[in-house]
Ligand binder design. Structure first.
Ligand code: RIB
Length: 290
């Protein structure tokens, strides 16, 4: 099977900061590193490193050939990435010593995707393949609807969170991943708990407390504890979790094993500075000691 990822592609400028800047504050960075990023690209790299065949669907600007080349070097399919006139998306990321971050996002090319190209890509998918989206591109609802029609397993990582964006794709979803605060916000918007929103599989990530799976059909709840690690940079850890969990399901693992593998990958990720370029591979995830 394969994973089709309608996903953002960004240049990440990551600034190590003594603390996160306050409003009106001018603050010198301790260092600057550049990475391939974007929630979409991070998920594609994570799922590829976990062993899945991934087709990335997205767009870069005239300045984005390096990002496509890098995704390709990591093993992701890049034949459905368009080059458009709008500049490639980028993110300015401040990270404080405890690993927390603040992100300024320039969406750029990620928001000017072309409907025909999306259709051309998804009609090449096989029924049962996974389609994943996040909230950093255009055409999310269109992709979700088409994915459902084509018999794909439609997944949505609700980040960056926007209740309206989630509600637009909700009727077509088989799988939803969001964090605890977002789950509460979605409940406020819809009146439904994660188990009541009509999605077969819901994962609520709980940060240092781990992750919870809710079976939307049976109501069964599965809790996977987090691993004890000293975080230096939490950026991209959620994307790594999502890429790994979807890859594990794509490779036929049961939910508990998929979430355990994804938790190990995310735990390793927070011990590293950076985004797509530092996502661990499956061997590192399986052999890591915590
Ligand atoms: O989740 C982390 C990602 O968010 C970064 O790679 C950045 O590009 C933004 O999309």
């Amino acid at each position: 099977m394969a994973i089709w990822n309608l996903g953002s592609i960004n240049a990440d400028m990551v600034y190590a900061m003594p603390h996160l800047p306050a409003a009106g504050e001018t603050l010198a960075a301790l260092r600057l590193d550049r990475f391939l990023g974007g929630k979409g690209a991070n998920m594609s790299v994570a799922a590829t490193r976990a062993g899945s065949k991934v087709h990335h669907i997205g767009a870069v600007g005239p300045d984005g050939a390096w990002a496509v080349a890098r995704l390709q070097a990591y093993g992701a399919g890049t034949g459905h990435i368009a080059q458009v006139e709008t500049p490639t998306g980028h993110a300015i990321i401040a990270v404080e010593p405890g690993g927390e971050n603040q992100i300024i996002l320039f969406p750029g090319a990620n928001r000017v995707l072309d409907r025909d190209r999306l259709d051309q890509a998804l009609t090449q998918a096989d029924a049962g393949d996974i389609l994943v989206m996040q909230n950093e591109t255009s055409l999310q609802a269109e992709a979700a609807q088409l994915g459902r029609q084509l018999g794909l397993r439609v997944c949505y990582a609700a980040a960056p969170f926007d209740a309206e964006a989630v509600q637009a794709v909700l009727p077509y979803l088989d799988f939803l991943i969001l964090n605890e605060v977002e789950a509460q916000q979605l409940q406020q918007a819809t009146g439904d708990t994660p188990g009541e929103i009509g999605v077969k599989d819901v994962i609520v990530t709980l940060g240092a407390k781990g992750a919870r799976h809710i079976d939307g059909e049976t109501g069964a709840v599965l809790e996977i504890p987090a691993l004890p690690v000293a975080a230096v940079d939490t950026t991209g850890a959620g994307d790594t979790f999502t890429g790994y969990v979807l890859s594990a399901l794509d490779r036929g693992l049961p939910m508990a094993e998929a979430m355990t593998q994804a938790s190990r990958a995310a735990a390793l990720m927070v011990t590293r500075r950076g985004t797509a370029d530092v996502i661990p591979d499956l061997q590192e995830v399986q052999t890591a000691r915590f």
